[in-house]
Design a protein around this ligand. Structure first.
Ligand code: FE2
Length: 299
């Protein structure tokens, strides 16, 4: 019994003395266990930082500063976001935070808006995004997802990944050479599924989601740093910096399909960002453990 369940026991309920004793003992054991787990998590994060600090203090200072920047840039709910970022699943984003912070600086004067409108992009970027989203053969793509799917809750059909075409997929429209679009896939959520709250790891691109096929009801939505976008109400297109905390839901009884696109973020150094994305794509394909903890099945 967890402490929340214990708190929900009515005061008027008759509880046997044995059960009552157990119920009192269990929360303290549970609290100790929780405290131990929390301490282990903190030590796991702090120990490498201390080692780096002893070997080369400036690097540890950079990591502390960039980690704080990653949390503070959310501008809300900082304690919860700090907990999630440092202790739950922000590890890879933190590891790459110096590079992502540098990308923020190099992209100036284009300030990272975190949530973007199509008009925030230069015209050539907008044209590519329109070409892929509005001209998308939705029915064909969904039929292909159905042909390949198994029993997974979430699948991702990849056409292009960090600049590299997936040889196992075939769609000339998605696999031609783009100047700004670097990744194209289709994310499918089956009914009653959701992701955990999480952080993407690379800020060289902006994530574009475009709902295709029939839009499910309001239970299908995404929440990015407290801003909710519901596909049926707010439209099929949503663009955001995915290194900001976000969570996707499909709490409906319909499937939800979204084109999943990464476009270079606006800057005066697109060639540099493109090269960086290609390099990371190359590294990713050679280090498969990077995607090992994902709950997505890539098809
Ligand atoms: Fe995500």
């Amino acid at each position: 019994m967890d402490t929340q369940a214990l708190a929900n026991v009515s005061l008027n309920q008759q509880v046997s003395p044995v059960l009552a004793t157990t119920a009192i003992a269990e929360p303290s054991k549970q609290s100790l266990r929780n405290a131990w787990r929390y301490t282990k998590k903190v030590v796991k994060r702090v120990a490498p930082l201390l080692i780096v600090g002893v070997i080369y203090p400036p690097l540890a200072i950079v990591y502390v500063a960039c980690g704080l920047y990653e949390v503070l840039r959310h501008g809300r709910d900082r304690a919860a976001i700090a907990h999630h970022f440092f202790l739950v699943n922000g590890g890879l984003t933190w590891a790459l935070s110096p590079m992502n912070t540098l990308i923020d600086i190099l992209s100036l004067p284009f300030v990272n808006k975190k949530i973007y409108k199509l008009s925030d992009f230069p015209k050539a970027y907008q044209d590519e995004i329109r070409q892929v989203t509005e001209g998308c053969p939705a029915e064909e793509i969904i039929a292909e997802v159905h042909r390949r799917r198994q029993a997974d809750e979430r699948t991702m059909m990849i056409y292009k990944w960090y600049g590299f075409n997936n040889a196992g997929a075939s769609c000339s429209q998605f696999q031609k050479k783009f100047k700004y679009i670097q990744t194209i896939g289709v994310s499918t959520f089956y009914p009653q599924t959701k992701t955990s709250k999480h952080f993407g790891w690379l800020r060289a691109g902006v994530r574009v989601l475009y709902n295709i096929g029939p839009a499910p009801s309001e239970g299908a939505h995404i929440v990015v740093n407290g801003t909710k976008h519901t596909w049926c109400k707010d439209g099929p297109l949503f663009m955001f910096d995915d290194t900001v905390v976000h969570q996707s839901f499909n709490l409906t009884d319909m499937e939800r399909h979204c084109l999943f696109i990464d476009v270079l973020r606006p800057s005066y150094c697109p060639m540099l960002l493109r090269s960086l994305i290609h390099f990371m794509g190359y590294v990713w394909t050679r280090l498969p453990f990077l995607g090992k903890h994902s709950n997505w099945r890539l098809i």
